[in-house]
Design a protein around this ligand. Structure first.
Ligand code: IVH
Length: 786
């Protein structure tokens, strides 16, 4: 094969793999294989630069940064769409279509339905199948030439695949940034001290407007094509939906929600269906678009001013609105954190009326440059709590007041202290720039007591029936309780007469509190409200360490051996249990007769997994990473020999760097360090986790669903979703929120939407609720007892 043939063959293969990956969502080869082919092509092109062509997959990012974008005039103007905001608008749109087409009575119009993606409209011109130009919509008549930037977007083919495409073909669509990529990009921007984007649409626009295509290439952009413009020297199908399907065959990703329906009823139904899925879609949409499917009919309908008569956008409720900040107040949370909250002029956004929005912390206020009286953009997407994303500085009234942190707790009047946000890293604790504010009041602060008790009694924690937030508020206010332990001392007489209580209900509440003296260790740990310890971490602590006694004393270094517990969380856990006040509350709770149904041994997989090398690795020795730690451990064999080491002996350790030797010597000179490592070793021994301990492996049977990932979707009618989740976890399964190739099984109740669709698409087994209950019973879980 000649070099030229080889280059062509490689390009063909790479284009094919790209198509499988981006269009079909079904890669044929692993990424590493793709990378190899890509590198091979790159190598050949480097050796033979005369063979490089613009449509080569290696040429996505190319060209020097531009000074400015060139203007281009669209050969066919890019139009916009009329909007419908309700069913009535849809009915009149359909009526107009029917009348104009003079359709015989009873004939229903066929509509193609698509999601309306919220991004940037784009025109892509292909000549002889090669991408020659990408331009923004601009004002519809002319836009900006952003060819170099669009070339970097992987879902935009540089060369069309397949056959039969017109000599000149203009593909139109929306460039957008998926939600996940948007969150990751913003996290990166924040970490680098930059200003995050307000929403995925702005992020997409900002990314496309980069003059340096190398920057655009780093942004997670995608294309969704929705129509064609110029078609010369070729034929297109006669129906709009078929045009889009034809584009798929030529290399464009087809939106999975494309559908064809009959009449306006079909459209209204589609609108509802997609609205329900809106929050779970991986990208943002602001409505759906309906187009008369028959292109002949489209032609007959024509245009009115700048919009086609054959299409309409049915908009969803807006997720962003402007309103005014009336005030900023401070709330005190469970851990004493003082958080600013914006009190807003009520505004209807994302389907609900919003009158409060969290401002997170003082740094966020500074970043937004927010003042009282400012107009702000509020965003409420999905179930996420409303956010203030931007201040409209142009509308700032005179005398708008800056926000100041109170010196005294707004609830209890105690001092508010400034705490440096601490980051725990391998080499110890490091203060960061960020600051949080905390009320020092603890027990004296009703807000903290109240939040702590509400959390303790909540559904995922102790699940005390009948003890809702309102009741806790009353009990705390009347000083009937000042800690979770007080709950168990409550007498019915104290409750009678309180709002909503009579004799029966008072007795009932006391009984249900008493009934929760028996509880699983994981629920109890979660209920303590340790910062950063959610349900999953609580479960890990309980199942791996087995007893509360161990959890209370375990050293943070040892905690980092547990799955998913990093240094930060380990630090929070130890701080919590070291705290005197927390210790008192805990002792008091135990004195009230709390019993754990499931205390037990250390998890067998934990015992035996711990080696001297890993201990050394966790000790923050400068210059020593995993490999170095292993070398030291191999050489010394036990801790005593390491602690007795000196320069000469360390020099004998094979391949240990001078930096590492110095790092170890520094530590050995540090009495605190030596004491710490001895302490850890002693605890490892006491727990039976030390490498010298005999470990009886394999005694315990693996949980039946160990290693399996389940997804719950839709409504379960016979049990709460949290119970279904708990049951799956009890059987060893992981419960995930989204369906992917890694999902082993989906449990779908009525109303399941996109997750179910995705499971079907990926061929993942789906159980209905009855089958699920049967599965639980097979594994001896009685659903009624959960
Ligand atoms: S069709 C003449 N289909 O919405 C028809 N537009 O308000 C032109 N958009 O500028 C557009 N998703 O950027 C069409 N599935 C879709 C769309 C869509 C998003 C955008 C497009 C256009 C704007 C019209």
């Amino acid at each position: 094969m000649s070099v030229e043939q080889e280059v062509l063959a490689l390009r063909e293969q790479l284009n094919h793999h790209n198509y499988c990956y981006y269009v079909l969502d079904n890669p044929e080869v692993p990424d590493a294989e793709y990378d190899r082919l890509y590198q091979q092509l790159k190598g050949l092109e480097k050796e033979h630069p005369q063979l490089v062509t613009a449509d080569s997959p290696t040429q996505r990012v190319g060209g020097a940064p531009l000074g400015a974008f060139k203007q281009v005039k669209h050969e066919m103007p890019m139009l916009s769409l009329d909007n419908a905001f309700n069913e009535e608008d849809m009915q009149s749109f359909n009526r107009r279509v029917v009348e104009r087409l003079d359709a015989p009575a009873g004939e229903v119009i066929e509509y193609a339905c698509e999601p309306k993606l919220d991004g940037i409209a784009i025109s892509l011109l292909y000549e002889e199948g090669v991408l020659v130009r990408g331009a923004t919509r601009g004002d519809g008549v002319s836009g900006e030439d952003i060819t170099l930037n669009v070339r970097t977007i992987p879902t935009i083919p540089l060369k069309l695949t397949g056959e039969g495409y017109p000599v000149r073909l203009e593909v139109r669509g929306e460039i957008f940034m998926p939600k996940q990529g948007f969150e990751a990009l913003n996290a990166r921007m924040r970490a680098e001290g930059g200003k995050p984007f307000v929403n995925p649409r702005n992020a997409a626009a900002g990314s496309l407007r980069q003059l340096d295509p190398r920057l655009t290439a780093q942004r997670p952009l995608e294309l969704c094509s929705y129509s064609v413009g110029i078609v010369e020297g070729g034929e297109m199908p006669a129906k709009h939906a078929d045009v889009l399907r034809q584009l798929k065959a030529w290399g464009f990703k087809l939106n999975a929600l494309l559908d064809v329906v009959e009449g306006v009823e079909g459209c209204i139904n589609y609108y509802q269906r997609i609205l329900e899925q809106r929050d779970s879609l991986p990208y943002e949409i602001d409505g759906v678009v309906f187009k008369v499917n028959d292109l002949q009919q489209q032609k007959r309908l024509g245009f009115i001013s700048r919009a086609p008569r054959w299409a309409i956008a049915h908009k969803f409720p807006a997720q962003e609105e402007i309103t005014v900040v009336r005030d900023v107040e401070f709330q005190v949370g469970r851990t004493g954190a003082v958080t600013p909250v914006a009190r807003l002029e009520p505004v209807f956004v994302g389907g609900v009326t919003v009158s409060n929005a969290t401002l997170h912390n003082m740094d966020e206020i500074a970043r937004l440059d927010l003042r009282i009286g400012d107009s702000v953009v509020i965003r409420r997407a999905g179930d996420v709590i409303p956010q203030v994303v931007k201040v409209v500085t142009e509308r700032r009234p005179e005398g708008a007041e800056p926000v100041e942190i109170p010196h005294r707790c707004p609830v209890c009047g105690s001092d508010v202290e400034r705490v440096q946000i601490v980051k725990r890293t391998k080499s110890g604790e490091q203060a960061t720039e960020g600051a949080a504010y905390r009320c020092v009041g603890r027990l004296a602060c009703q807000a903290q007591v109240q939040q702590a008790i509400i959390h303790y009694a909540s559904r995922k924690a102790l699940e005390i029936d009948g003890l809702g937030e309102k009741i806790v508020e009353q009990l705390v206010e009347l000083k009937l309780i000042t800690s979770p332990a007080d709950l168990y001392r409550l007498q019915p007489e104290q409750l009678i007469g309180l709002e909503g209580f009579a004799e029966i209900s008072a007795n009932k509440l006391c009984e249900s509190i008493a009934a929760r003296r028996q509880v699983s260790l994981a629920r109890f740990i979660y209920g303590l409200g340790i910062p950063d310890v959610g349900e999953e971490t609580a479960r890990v602590l309980a199942s791996k360490l087995g007893t509360l006694a161990r959890i209370r004393v375990v050293l943070p270094e040892i905690l980092t051996w547990l799955p998913d517990i990093g240094r930060e969380v380990a630090g929070e856990i130890s701080h919590f249990f070291e705290d005197e006040h927390n210790a008192k509350v805990l002792d008091d709770l135990l004195a009230q007769g709390i019993e754990f149904a499931d205390e037990g041994e250390l998890a067998p997989d934990l015992a035996g997994a711990i080696t001297l090398a890993e201990l050394i690795d966790r000790m923050g020795i400068s210059g020593v990473a995993k490999v170095g730690a292993q070398r030291i451990a191999d050489y010394f064999g036990d801790l005593e020999s390491l602690l007795a080491a000196d320069l000469q002996t360390l020099d004998q350790v094979p391949k240990l760097s001078a930096k590492a030797i110095n790092g170890v010597l520094d530590c050995l000179d540090d009495a605190q360090w030596v004491e710490r490592i001895r302490l850890i070793e002693a605890q490892l021994l006491a727990f039976g986790l030390h490498w010298s301990c005999e470990v009886e492996q394999g005694e315990q049977q693996a949980a039946p669903l160990e290693g399996k990932t389940y997804v719950l979707t839709g409504t379960l009618e016979q049990m709460a979703r949290s119970k279904a989740k708990a049951a799956l976890q009890q059987l060893g399964a992981k419960v995930s929120g989204s369906v992917s190739k890694k999902t082993d099984c989906v449990v779908a109740g009525p109303g399941a939407g996109s997750k179910l669709a995705k499971a079907n698409e990926l061929g993942i087994p789906v159980l209905d609720e009855d089958q699920f209950i049967e599965l639980l019973r097979e594994h001896s879980i009685d659903p009624d007892s959960l």
